[in-house]
Design a protein around this ligand. Structure first.
Ligand SMILES: [Zn+2]
Length: 338
């Protein structure tokens, strides 16, 4: 993907310590692993990697993703291998130091896999120098008679750090969700929800009020309701935003029209992540370059995005302060050099 920026800006983005806080592990399978096992079906990356590609709807996106992911993710060992390649690359090529990644409870349910072992497989793939937190994503209709026992038990799995609400937003969410999210928080787990992507601002308000989350995945359509934004800012809500994903899925009409800058101006803390890079083809460097190239983000604003990821990270406070100090030092050094 090409979002042209000055070399000085590209260098700053490379140097910034960064986070990925909205990253679906199944949608982040390194393409070469898929190619390795199915070169017949996937001789080269999907056409959706093209910058101007647009999906006709969410269903088409989901179908393509599940087809690709289904070949690879057949056991906890496969999760471990994919996570290991992914996390190491994020550290070495993108200076990512903190990752929150989710795996889908539906993959456990329909693939007959053990969620507890999968969470462990992902978390133990963390390379040195990277903090990894593992969340389980549960669809709006994912909690039912056949799954509720092990989903309830998941709140006590030693390697599960949180839960996230996944899937098409317009399907109704039962009262089980508010109860499960409250129990998860009582256990000290991270709680998040996808909202404000395909459904409007009202659903963002609902996940904040009813599920009690302060971490919204996407959230971008909240821009349509200034009063809601004001309330969310007061509640210190964070949006984990994925600009390329939003454009390719038609949530936002063009790269230039992305509302992330306006969300920040309204007082919402925003992070930036790649969502499902196997499908969208963007790297974290691309996402930051988009902000600089298309939305006019300057050094300070780019650094603010990087800082936001560490501010909300579930980490030891001293470790957080060290990362924030690294970002400050980097900006100071550039100001002196300029
Ligand atoms: Zn997502």
């Amino acid at each position: 993907m090409r979002f042209p920026v000055a070399e000085r800006t590209a260098a700053l983005i490379r140097a910034l310590p960064k986070t990925e806080t909205h990253l679906h592990i199944e949608g982040s399978l390194p393409f070469e692993l898929l190619h390795r096992i199915r070169p017949d079906l996937y001789p080269e990356p999907p056409e959706s990697w093209a910058q101007d590609f647009r999906f006709p709807d969410f269903r088409t996106f989901e179908k393509g993703l599940l087809a690709m992911a289904g070949h690879w993710f057949t056991s906890p060992d496969r999760y471990h291998e994919a996570a290991s390649v992914l996390f190491t690359r994020l550290r070495d090529e993108h200076n990512v130091r903190y990752i929150e990644t989710s795996f889908a409870s539906g993959m456990m349910e329909f693939g007959g896999m053990d969620g507890r072992a999968t969470a462990e497989a992902i978390r133990t793939a963390a390379p040195e120098g990277v903090e990894v937190r593992v969340l389980m994503g549960i669809h709006h209709v994912g909690y039912h008679e056949g799954t509720k026992d092990w989903i309830d038990a998941s709140l006590h799995w030693p390697h599960l750090d949180g839960i996230d609400l996944h899937g098409p937003e317009t399907a109704p969410v039962g009262p089980w969700a508010a109860d499960l999210w409250a129990r998860a928080r009582a256990q000290g787990l991270i709680t998040k929800a996808h909202a404000g992507e395909f459904d409007g601002p009202a659903f963002v308000g609902r996940v904040v009020d009813e599920l009690g989350v302060r971490r919204v995945q996407h959230g971008v359509r909240a821009i349509e309701d200034p009063e809601l934004l004001h309330r969310l800012a007061e509640l210190d809500v964070t949006f984990d935003v994925c600009p390329v994903s939003n454009v390719k899925l038609g949530v936002v009409s063009s790269y230039d029209a992305h509302p992330i800058g306006r969300l920040m101006d309204a007082g919402i803390r925003c992070t930036v992540s790649t969502d499902d890079p196997l499908v969208f083809g963007s790297t974290l460097q691309d996402e930051y370059e988009l902000l600089a190239s298309r939305l006019g983000f300057d050094d300070e604003r780019l650094a603010r995005i990087a800082r936001a990821g560490f501010e909300v990270a579930s980490v030891d406070p001293a470790w957080r302060e060290d990362r924030l100090a690294e970002i400050d030092d980097l900006l100071d050094a550039r100001a002196e050099a300029a």
